[in-house]
Ligand binder design. Structure first.
Ligand code: JFE
Length: 252
């Protein structure tokens, strides 16, 4: 997998890629990431990348010329791979979008700054626009890193796990069950007895019910899309009927 990142702040992107799991994935050539400074493609003495908005109003707008020059120099014209603009106006980034991107051999990310980017970049250069959530950041660098991270961990071999990315919350459509490790008692708080029982059937059922309980309590919107068995549905209707205690064990 090859990813190109276009940014005015390469120094924000690079350190994250040089640590931990990302660094290992790059060393093992599972992923190749090139970071390009858009300012390197300015042609004026002061390397200016922003200008005042036509029509007035506050804030500055990213100029189109250095962006087009950078992208066309690296990706060609038209671009050889999808070019994704990070913006609050994009389609929402989800695990499904991460999976979609993880299936591509190559894509590129354009991280803007200032209050916006000249509309001609949206219209004539970019192939897709993604938002990582409904809040406003100061630029596209953190969204770019979020996307790289979520995609990288889906690539075979990036996680230590031989089964690939865990069948975790957003993959299965339910929230994760609670995790515990040693010691069995910490400050008087005990690990649920079932997890110490060695009974793998009971443990699997407890975890499934905890996933269902948490999803019902915290993200009931996810239940509509989740894949639920007949047992799952029976458990949820008992929850709904108030037949199951919902507080953590140690608070009952
Ligand atoms: C840029 C900015 C004023 C944006 C309404 C480039 N999910 C997500 N949140 N924020 C971003 C993405 C993001 C991405 C790129 C960005 C924010 N800004 C700041 C300022 C209005 C804006 O759009 C500049």
């Amino acid at each position: 997998m090859q990813i190109d990142v276009f940014t005015l702040l390469p120094e924000v992107i690079t350190p994250y890629l040089q640590a931990s799991i990302m660094q290992r994935a790059i060393q093992r050539k599972l992923i190749a990431i090139q970071v390009h400074n858009i300012r390197d493609w300015t042609t004026d003495r002061h390397h200016v990348c922003d200008d005042m908005p036509y029509g007035g109003g506050g804030g500055m707008v990213m100029k189109p010329e250095p962006i087009f020059a950078a992208v066309e120099a690296v990706l060609g014209a038209p671009p050889a791979c999808p070019l994704i603009l990070l913006t609050p106006q994009g389609r929402l980034f989800t695990q499904a979008v991460a999976q979609e991107l993880a299936s591509l051999p190559r894509f590129a990310l354009l991280a803007g700054r200032y209050e916006g980017i000249d509309e001609r970049v949206h219209q004539h250069l970019v192939s897709d626009e993604i938002s990582i959530g409904d809040y406003v950041l100061t630029g596209g660098e953190l969204p770019a890193l979020v996307i790289i991270d979520a995609v990288a961990r889906l690539l075979p071999g990036v996680l230590g796990d031989p089964d690939g990315a865990w069948d975790d919350s957003h993959a299965s459509g339910l929230l994760e069950y609670p995790h515990y490790t040693r010691p069995p008692e910490f400050r008087g708080w005990r690990v649920p007895e079932v997890l110490l029982s060695g009974d793998h059937g009971r443990i699997a059922r407890w975890r499934r019910e905890q996933s269902l309980l948490r999803t019902w309590q915290r993200r009931p919107d996810l239940l509509a899309k989740a894949e639920l068995s007949e047992m799952d549905r029976k458990f949820l209707s008992r929850l709904q009927a108030g037949e199951i205690p919902t507080a953590p064990e140690d608070e009952r």
